[in-house]
Each structure stands twice: as C-alpha cells, then as structure tokens.
Design a binder for this molecule. Structure first.
Ligand SMILES: CC(C)(COP(=O)(O)OP(=O)(O)OC[C@H]1O[C@@H](n2cnc3c(N)ncnc32)[C@H](O)[C@@H]1OP(=O)(O)O)[C@@H](O)C(=O)NCCC(=O)NCCS
Length: 182
C-alpha cells in the first residue's frame, strides 16, 4: 500500500524516515535479506536461502505497493536502508480474513535506537486503518529484544510452539505466539 512518509527522531538524535518500499530498492532489499539473516539467527531464512532475482524482487515490491491491504515499510537513516517491515494477510479463507501477520528486521547497526517500536506502531496503525482486526506474530523464544519491543507496542503472549525451529547446528528452538487487537 501507499502511505504517508513519517519522520522519527532516534535515541542518538538522527532522523529516520519510514516510507513505502518500492521497486527501486529491489537490489538493496536482496542485499538486506542476506545481511540481516547473517547478523541474527532469529530470522526464518538462512543467507543461502535468499535467491530472488532482481526482476522477481522488483515485481514483488511493485505488487505489494499496489496491494491496499499489504504494508511493506522501509526505514532509512541518512538515505541508507536501516530496515524493513511488512504486514500481510495470513490466508484467503473467510474464517481467517480478519487476521494479518507482521515481520520486521533491521541491520544490526540500527538496533536499540527506537526504530523497531516506531515501525511496529506505524504498521499496526496502518493495518487497523485498512480493516484488519487482529495482528499475529511468532518470535523465537530467546529473542528478548524483539519480545520487549512487541510488548511495548501492546502485543500479548498467547502460547508457545514447541521446537518450532531447527537450526543448522541441530538445536531446536521454541516460538512464542503473540497477538494484538487492532
Ligand atoms: C527486533 C527489532 C526489530 C527491534 O527493533 P529495535 O529498533 O532494535 O528496538 P527498539 O529500540 O525500538 O526497542 C527495543 C526495546 O527492547 C528493550 N530491550 C532490548 N533488549 C532487551 C532485553 N534483553 N530484555 C528486555 N528489554 C530489552 C530496549 O531497551 C527497548 O526498549 P526501550 O526503548 O524502552 O529502551 C530489531 O532489534 C531487529 O531487527 N532484530 C533482528 C531481527 C529480528 O529479531 N526480528 C524480529 C523477528 S520476530
């Protein structure tokens, strides 16, 4: 969807812009998916699983920009990509069309500056405005920073998905399930 740019002031005094992501960022987004999945194990994909072509990524960003119910939010600091967040429906069957889901990741150098909470706040606001009534998410149980940011934005823990993830080192990790009424 298209939405208004929003400027926020970070904890270190820099300005950050939150704006709709778009096809012109396709190359940077491929790089971003690889780098962020190298910087943390708390994302679903491993870097070698990022295999979008530039053309495919442009097409995805273009169609999300035109989709009035999907959010693809880019955060930039001093003109550089700091992170991205997204909101999508969880399925098209009528019984679940009230629910959407959110994902977010920032480059590590931008963690802890307030960008996450600002993006989560803005994404929940936009999702509510277009009619989603509930936002769901899953977070690795050891991801304390993300859990803290979600709770500060009003998300509530509802349960645990046992051994939801198996890392390449053979360890298993639970996911915490959270939701927010929009
Ligand atoms: C999760 C993520 C989006 C959060 O964004 P962020 O900009 O770093 O977070 P914020 O600075 O907005 O807020 C984090 C809050 O958690 C708090 N926090 C950090 N670590 C914490 C911990 N171990 N325990 C409790 N609170 C913690 C911070 O103090 C901050 O609260 P404050 O603003 O009141 O001080 C970001 O860290 C990130 O991209 N992480 C890697 C990818 C990821 O894990 N994505 C989520 C997958 S579900």
């Amino acid at each position: 969807m298209k939405f208004e740019e929003r400027e926020i002031i970070l904890k270190d005094g820099r300005r950050c812009i939150l704006k709709p992501n778009s096809p012109e960022y396709a190359g940077e987004m491929i790089e971003y998916m690889k780098k962020t999945s190298e910087e943390t194990e708390f994302l679903l994909r491993y870097p070698d699983e990022v295999n979008f072509t530039l053309e495919k990524e442009k097409e995805i960003l273009g169609s999300l920009l035109e989709n009035p119910y999907a959010v693809m939010m880019l955060a930039t600091v001093d003109g550089k990509v700091a992170g991205n967040g997204s909101v999508n429906g969880i399925g098209d069957k009528r019984k679940i069309t009230h629910r959407c889901s959110m994902a977010i990741a920032l480059y590590k150098e931008y963690w802890g500056l307030g960008i996450g909470q600002a993006m989560i706040g803005y994404m929940t606001e936009l999702a509510g405005q277009v009619g989603w009534s509930q936002m769901d998410l899953e977070v690795v149980s050891e991801n304390e920073q993300a859990i803290a940011a979600y709770k500060k934005c009003g998300f509530i823990e509802t349960g645990v998905r046992h051994n939801a993830l198996r890392f390449d080192d053979g360890t298993y990790h639970d996911e915490i399930l959270m939701y927010k009424d929009l």
